[in-house]
Structures are given as C-alpha cells and as structure tokens.
Design a protein around this ligand. Structure first.
Ligand SMILES: O=C(CO)[C@@H](O)[C@H](O)[C@H](O)[C@H](O)COP(=O)(O)O
Ligand SMILES: [Zn+2]
Length: 199
C-alpha cells in the first residue's frame, strides 16, 4: 500500500472508532464524570495509571485536573502514578513490576477517591493489581479499556464505570481514550464551575 494510502487508512479507522464510540459510550461517560465529581466534592482525589501510551494518557488527565483544561478555575486534586521514577524502579526492583501502581494506591488512596485505570487490552497485570488495591481502599474505579475488556472486566464492583472502546487496534483505542479524557475534563469543569450545566 502507498504511504499516502496508509495515512488515509489511519485517519479513516480513527474516525470509524470514534463514530462507534459516539454511538455507544456517551451515557457511561456522563456516569463516569458524575462519579469523579462526587469524589472531588467530598474532598476526594483521582489517581490514574496505565502503561506506555496509556501512562501518557494518565498524566495528560492528571495535568488537566491539577492545572487547567479549558476554563480558569482552581487546580483539582489528581495524581498520575506513572511519573516518579524512584518509586517505580524501587517497587519493580524490590517487589515486582506488577505492583508498581498497587503499592502507590495502598499508600495514597482513601475511601471515596477514584482510580482512573487505563488499559487498551484490559490485561495489564499492574493495572489489574491497582484496581484490586483501589477496591481494598474503598475507592471507585473508572476504567478506560478496549477490545473485549480483558481480565479487568471480571473485577468491577457496583458503582465502578468501564468505558470500553469498540475497537481492536491499540492505537485506535488510545485515540478514542484521549477523547474520553477530554470529555471527562469538560464535564468535571462544567459540573463544578460551569454556567452551562446539564444535570
Ligand atoms: O502506545 C502504545 C501503542 O500505541 C504502546 O506504548 C502501548 O501503550 C504499550 O504497549 C502498553 O504496554 C499496552 O498496554 P495495555 O494498553 O494493553 O494495557
Ligand atoms: Zn501509542
């Protein structure tokens, strides 16, 4: 295939994944935003985690809460568990890679906080362990996944929200995850600070 056509196919497939997600996910996105807003209104915070591109997504989300998204407003409490290389390397070195997020969740998480767990396959062991740790701490979980939801699909408790992108290719799922993250940021801002509120 010509490179030009490959590029067109990437755009086409990305648009298709977003259109399918637009048909299936809006109500659950609103539910996920409500869960996060409720936590923030009750002095809670949002911890986020994921691997590779999803680590970037976890940081993208937390920076938009801590700093700002599209409107002027006070910073909101959020923290990506993917950024402290000393913590990550020591947990991986002394225990296992699988525990790099769960150990931080146990140390930082309180009842009522939210874990944003991001995995395109739903099968990353360290994200699965983080969900288990969040439940031990009475936290709720918003999961961004794809494909068939993976092993994470067995773990959710009532009150958790999974946003499963109806696509099979990691890159396409990640591209939709970014839209989901921006939807969540916008709905959080509108709920807490906006004039344009839609209860
Ligand atoms: O960004 C990409 C691929 O687009 C990769 O870095 C990708 O995130 C990594 O392979 C991850 O380890 C995949 O993990 P997951 O999404 O299955 O949990
Ligand atoms: Zn990627």
């Amino acid at each position: 295939m010509e490179f030009h056509d490959r590029v067109l196919r990437h755009f086409h497939d990305s648009i298709h994944a977003k259109q399918r997600s637009m048909d299936m996910l809006p109500d659950d996105i609103v539910r996920a935003s409500r869960l996060m807003v409720e936590s923030l209104q009750n002095e809670g915070k949002i911890l986020s985690c994921g691997n590779g591109g999803s680590a970037g997504d976890a940081q993208h989300f937390s920076s938009e809460l801590l700093n700002r998204f599209e409107m002027e407003r006070p910073g909101l409490p959020a923290m990506a568990l993917t950024t402290d290389s000393s913590t990550l390397t020591s947990i991986a070195n002394d225990y296992s890679y699988e525990e790099i997020f769960s150990k931080q969740v146990r140390a930082l998480g309180h009842a009522g906080d939210v874990l944003l767990a991001i995995s395109t396959s739903g099968n990353s062991g360290n994200v699965i362990a983080a969900i288990r740790a969040a439940h031990e701490r009475d936290m709720r979980v918003v999961a961004l996944t794809g494909r068939d939801g993976g092993d994470m699909a067995e773990l959710y408790l009532p009150g958790d929200v999974e946003l499963r992108v109806p696509a099979d290719v990691t890159a396409r799922i990640q591209e939709v995850h970014l839209v989901l993250i921006h939807c969540l940021c916008d709905l959080i801002d509108q709920s807490l600070f906006g004039t344009d509120q839609h209860p």
